[in-house]
Write a protein that binds this ligand. Structure first.
Ligand code: C5P
Length: 230
């Protein structure tokens, strides 16, 4: 069964807790990013664990290998479900990250961000990358697999050129999900939950369509049953 991963893009503890109090851990995991984690720290993860939620800690580490290894080890000791790094940190950094993760008893899934979806061909060229955007995404995704990581974060719209190049167990974690009647916000290339699963997404990351819904629990339930329909 596919669970939804709800992105908790909040600046403070009370708003995050209020939303989570309306969600059922049978239907979703939670994603905590840089803003909320920096504001609240590990206590929030412990709190969500006590409510039986699994946590994806979306801190996108990118640094020298030894620093990333220690950061991944420290994060893994919090008992999280999933963690990520930037693939552009290179193979030695990703391998070090994996070593860090594997030092903890219950090692989390480790995935990588290839090219940020906020980047386009122009911004890629700006940092000295002359490859086509899609080629660069595929290149970094392959490097991620070669480094032994469990998968990547990508737009669901990229699955058509990625999916066939990887083993069936490689994970594709996809934000950029919108229901037909949702506004896109700042997401440019979106898919519905069912379309993304049908295209091969392993885990859907959904923020505002749930967090800004008038009835978050009903919206979550609706998506859960939509993506798990036979
Ligand atoms: O509100 P929305 O559904 O757009 O939230 C998507 C979440 O996924 C946000 O936390 C955003 O930072 C994250 N994300 C993304 N695109 C990426 C990587 C992460 O939207 N490429």
């Amino acid at each position: 069964m596919h669970k939804v991963t709800v992105a908790l893009d909040y600046a403070n503890l009370s708003n995050a807790k209020l939303l989570v109090s309306q969600l059922n851990p049978q239907y979703c995991n939670l994603k905590i990013g840089k803003e909320l984690f920096t504001a609240t720290g590990p206590a929030l993860i412990e709190y969500f664990h006590s409510l039986n939620f699994k946590v994806f800690l979306d801190l996108k580490f990118h640094d020298i290998p030894s620093t990333v290894k220690k950061a991944c080890e420290a994060a893994s000791q919090l008992g999280i479900w999933m963690l990520n790094v930037h693939a552009s940190g290179g193979k030695s950094m990703m391998e070090a990250a994996l070593e860090g993760v594997n030092k903890s008893k219950q090692s989390p899934l480790l995935i990588a961000v290839t090219v940020l979806t906020s980047m386009n061909q122009k911004s890629l060229n700006e940092i000295g990358v002359s490859r086509d955007l899609e080629d660069q995404i595929l290149y970094l995704a392959k490097l991620t697999e070669e480094s032994g990581l469990h998968g990547i974060v990508c737009s669901p719209k990229d699955l058509y050129f990625l999916k066939n190049h990887f083993s069936p167990s490689f994970l594709f974690v996809t934000p950029g999900i919108r229901m037909k009647d949702n506004i896109a916000n700042d997401q440019i290339r979106t898919m519905t939950p069912l379309e993304a699963v049908q295209a091969g997404s392993s885990h859907l990351v959904i923020g505002r369509p749930i967090t800004q819904s008038k009835e978050p629990s009903k919206t979550l339930e609706k998506i859960y049953f939509e993506i798990n329909q036979a």
